[in-house]
Design a protein around this ligand. Sequence first.
Ligand SMILES: Cc1ncc(C[n+]2csc(CCOP(=O)(O)OP(=O)(O)O)c2C)c(N)n1
Ligand SMILES: [Mg+2]
Length: 367
Amino acid sequence: MANKSVVDFEAIKKDLANLPKPIQILDENSKVVDQDAFDSFSDDDLVEFMKKMVWERALHEQTMNFSRQGRMGFYAPTEGEEASEMGTVLAMKKQDYLLPAYRDVPQLIQHGATVTEAYLWSRGHVLGNEYKANSMMPQIIIGAAYDEAAGVGLGIKKNKEEDTIAFTYTGDGGTSQGDSYEGMNFAGAYQAPVLFIVQNNGFAISTPRKKQTAAPALSQKAVAAGIPSVQVDGMDILACYTVAKAARDYITAGNGPVMIETLTYRYGAHSSAGDDPKRYRTEEEVKPWHEKDPLIRLRKVLEDKGLWSDEQEDKLVEEYKASFKDDIKEADAAPKDEVSDMLKRTFEIPTPEMKQEIEKFEAKESN
Ligand SMILES: Cc1ncc(C[n+]2csc(CCOP(=O)(O)OP(=O)(O)O)c2C)c(N)n1
Ligand SMILES: [Mg+2]
């Protein structure tokens, strides 16, 4: 017989949904809701944040154009996620390690890869996998970057690398993968210096966040690993930066990992391969997210301070897009990466079957 006086599961379940408000510095109407945190930014900082988001949106628009022209390989649109991506990556230091997923190419570039390398990665070219930056190539296996980050974090700890952490990203869908639980558990057990970021953009391809899990918040997924976690307004770059920076400070002080869930939205399709979001969500659902747009939100603050104008922004966008056009030309000029090259790189000593394949492709390629 169930006995409510011993245990009230319903009350425990209800309590799970008793969540603190996601952290915000600017609300949806650009009103400052945390004055102290806001005052920690200089005017130059605010302009810098705006420029980064304008850069990311310009990168998205130009890359989509290249994609429509058939000049890209795989591309995951980032429009809507600028505050979440730029806010968190700006808290990184050069010596930090980045373990990105496929939608985190803008962070990879901010951390030191070139746009040309990013374009080559999109095309599956080998030169798109080698960066001067401390970063792995973007992970396609969802959630798997969390495992890599746990290992890198343990390496940082064992090598006693000062003031250094690993930053890693997954999506809302990625938090349902065993890999992400295992990565967090490992990092928690070893108190490895890792910042786990979940970019909750509402969808895993066509699966809405609500169908993904019964957990009221994805940030709760860190709790069982003993990792402190928090939800942040992912359309507020000031909040994303401030929380990521605070997490980095906490981690570098030797306190083990942290997890941040950013609440954001993917405006476009899952990938440039052409899924149609209209088939799995309504216009009414998308509209309010456009009203929360991260660029609009910070732009209002800057305009009120007389620090920003449409002309300034248009000029920047033009400059950025011109530079991306140079970058893709550079990618076009990269030495051809042949199928035989890819096969030769697979094993140090090729298997007999592979040897045959290599010969077959070399003969084809020499024609
Ligand atoms: C282990 C694994 N299973 C399935 C896929 C196919 N897949 C690619 S993207 C994706 C959805 C991921 O959604 P989410 O984690 O929310 O990231 P988002 O694309 O929204 O940034 C899936 C299921 C995959 N890449 N890896
Ligand atoms: Mg998602």
